[in-house]
Write a new protein. Structure first.
Length: 309
């Protein structure tokens, strides 16, 4: 059964930067207060989900050095589509000049891992080349007068081209999960703003991230000692630290871009993963653990054996 490997990637962030100091002029907060509680220093705001997706995808396609016409399918993970209908992936497909199936996946902050695992399934049944994108524009559904959420959320995108391989490919183990009974902890009504029970989300997030990661590692036949780099959802530095400590993975073996990007939901994991790759932190054969959680509450993890393009 065919597997897959990432042959190119790209990211995109809006030009506008909103710092903690900027937020302190909008509400009762400060750089010290935000940094201590979240680890975030600044975030990028602006653009549409389609425009950021197109930008990151073009970079991924250029890096891969491929003809866009060779792409068999587009999977876009987003919880902030530009319209109710059609799916934003259709807009992105058209802008990129693709002629293939295209659909959105909404698993909130776990979405990129969901999309990547789905892409692996498509490769296993005959697809040859797929484009996987994680994009969110959370600033559009953030109440900028609410200190509990406004300090966290931001916009961004990450994309990758995944090619079929004759062997099992990069994906060694995976886990997808959800507990709909907890959806009241983090949600946004249609046309409304994000509401979050921060303390309870923190408690649940650490637990489900650790549980999902252990399941993926068990499926891969590996332990945390084998993990060269952990790439967690960039939600909050306290959550990342607590989850990694519970797993037994030091922060030195963790990819973190949260301080520069804030929480970008579906874009969170690809932004951190591809930043690490661009910085030379990954070598052929390295074991990489992707793990996230999101509204729903969803959880997702994947164990990859890294292969440089």
């Amino acid at each position: 059964m065919a597997g897959g490997r990432i042959i190119g990637w790209g990211t995109a962030l809006p030009e506008k930067v909103l710092t903690n100091a900027d937020l302190s002029t909008m509400m009762d907060t400060s750089d010290e207060w935000i940094t201590e509680r979240t680890g975030i220093k600044r975030r990028h705001i602006g653009g549409s989900t389609a425009s950021l997706s197109v930008a990151s995808a073009r970079r991924a396609i250029a890096m891969a050095g491929i003809d866009p016409a060779s792409i068999d399918g587009l999977v876009l993970s987003t919880t902030t589509p530009d319209r109710t209908v059609p799916a934003t992936s259709a807009t992105v497909q058209n802008e990129l000049g693709l002629r293939c199936g295209a659909f959105d996946v909404n698993a909130a902050c776990s979405g990129f891992v969901y999309a990547y695992v789905i892409a692996q399934g498509l490769l296993a049944i005959g697809a040859k080349r797929l484009l996987v994108i994680g994009t969110d524009t959370l600033s559009r559904i953030t109440d900028w007068s609410d200190r509990g959420t406004a300090i966290l959320f931001a916009d961004g995108s990450g994309a990758c081209v995944v090619d079929a391989t004759p062997d099992a490919g990069q994906l060694l183990g995976w886990d997808l999960d959800a507990d709909g009974s907890l959806e009241h902890l983090l949600y946004a009504e249609v046309g409304g703003y994000i509401h979050m029970d921060g303390k309870e989300v923190f408690r649940r997030a650490v637990r489900i991230m650790v549980d999902s990661a252990k399941k993926s590692l068990a499926k891969a036949g590996l332990s945390v000692d084998d993990v060269k780099l952990c790439v967690p959802h960039q939600a909050n530095l306290r959550i990342i630290d607590a989850a990694c400590r519970n797993l037994g993975i030091p922060l030195e073996r963790t990819a973190i871009v949260l301080h520069e990007t804030g929480n970008t939901s579906s874009a969170s994991i690809p932004l951190a993963l591809f930043d690490a790759a661009d910085r030379g932190r990954l070598q052929n054969g390295d074991i990489v653990l992707l793990v996230g959680f999101g509204a729903g509450m969803t959880a997702a993890s994947a164990v990859l054996e890294w292969r440089n393009p």
